[in-house]
Design a protein around this ligand. Structure first.
Ligand SMILES: [Zn+2]
Length: 368
């Protein structure tokens, strides 16, 4: 999943304000009545009369499109699938929805692909992306965002649309589904995030670390609704803080000739453009010259499991000059919806529409 401009539209609720929601009514989606409303009118949309007074469009009679998704489950060497009936197959001891087929991948290896309806696919995503115990509102927000993400990944000219892992959305098949996940998908059937009348390019990660990342800084392409906002909701959740000790030897191997040509490492500092902002780059002071690299590149080079986010707060070289110690907050790229923040918003009483509007300012809802 990959993804600000000066005229961006913000939500009615300032990102730095108290996250306590105004309403707790989650029947918005259950009514199967969806109001085409801007994020600024989402709160009003929970009360139909108010929403209609603001010009909301009731699209209750529309039937969601029956999109099919092709999920790459395995590649190279893998066990043979056994089709159980027209809608299920068995593979590696687990049951999956859909039909299984072997395809030829761009690298000429074979791949096992499951083809199934979009919302059936989402059943197996919800349970893998967030826990069954999470609030219904955060589950519904996750369903809307996951559906929007998948729609953008449909590629009829390619052998598959999405992978079943971190590169896209984690997918576990029928065996991993939960009643809570299915309920969230059903309650939001067909609902997607839109911007300018078309599906939005959404993204999400486990925890933003207290401030989401701007898509332009992370992936080079800015979007007006994937801007950096302060998120107080995830602060203090499990694994919010992280610490990493990175051997300089590892940097010698992974940062390339720019780093090694700088000479023996003498110091490390962060390039921060504004208080409480994510650092733009890490500066290394060598005995020969200095070397600067974007934090996103640094994280990719060292490994995302070690440097768990680009929200690095401190960086220091030890006295021996052999280890760079880093501290930071968050887990993942930090762009778009923050799953832990969404969970906490839901537990605080926010509904799914409010959660989505908070993380994707200026967006609307529609049917995909
Ligand atoms: Zn967050």
């Amino acid at each position: 999943m990959r993804r600000p401009n000066e005229d961006r539209i913000r939500t009615t609720r300032d990102a730095t304000s108290n996250p306590t929601p105004l309403i707790t009514d989650n029947t918005f989606f259950r009514r199967r009545t969806f109001l085409m409303s801007s994020a600024a009118t989402v709160c009003a949309a929970a009360w139909p009369r108010v929403a209609r007074a603001t010009g909301g469009l009731d699209i209750e009679e529309q039937t969601p499109a029956l999109h099919q998704v092709r999920v790459l489950l395995g590649s190279g060497v893998y066990g043979a699938p056994q089709q159980l009936d027209a809608w299920h197959f068995l593979w590696n001891g687990a049951t999956y929805r859909g039909t299984a087929a072997t395809v030829v991948l761009p690298d000429r290896r074979s791949g096992l692909v499951a083809t199934l309806p979009l919302d059936d696919y989402l059943y197996g995503v919800l349970s893998k992306e967030i826990g069954a115990a999470w609030s219904p509102a955060s589950q519904q927000a996750q369903a809307i965002v996951a559906r929007t993400y998948a729609l953008h990944k449909l590629r009829p000219d390619k052998p598959y649309d999405v992978t079943a892992g971190d590169a896209d959305q984690n997918y576990g098949g029928f065996a991993s589904e939960t009643d809570q996940g299915r309920a969230a998908v059903d309650a939001t059937a067909g609902v997607i995030v839109t911007y300018g009348g078309v599906p939005a390019r959404v993204a999400y990660s486990a925890c933003c670390g207290g401030r989401t990342a701007d898509a332009g800084d992370v992936w080079g392409t800015p979007y007006p609704y994937l801007v950096s906002i302060v998120d107080p909701n995830c602060v203090g959740t499990p694994n919010f803080d992280w610490h990493a000790d990175v051997p300089v030897d590892l940097l010698n191997r992974t940062l390339g000739s720019g780093f090694t040509n700088a000479g023996a490492l003498r110091g490390v500092s962060l390039r921060v453009d504004a208080p409480n902002a994510r650092p733009r780059a890490i500066d290394f002071t060598g005995t020969v010259t200095n070397f600067e690299t974007p934090v996103t590149h640094f994280r990719d080079a060292v490994g995302p499991a070690t440097v768990r986010s680009t929200f690095v707060h401190t960086a220091a070289l030890d006295n021996q000059g052999t280890t760079v110690a880093l501290t930071g907050t968050g887990h993942g790229h930090g762009v778009g919806l923050c799953q832990w923040g969404a969970r906490m918003l839901g537990e605080g009483g926010a509904n799914a529409a409010q959660i989505v509007a908070f993380y994707f300012p200026g967006t609307s809802f529609g049917r995909g």
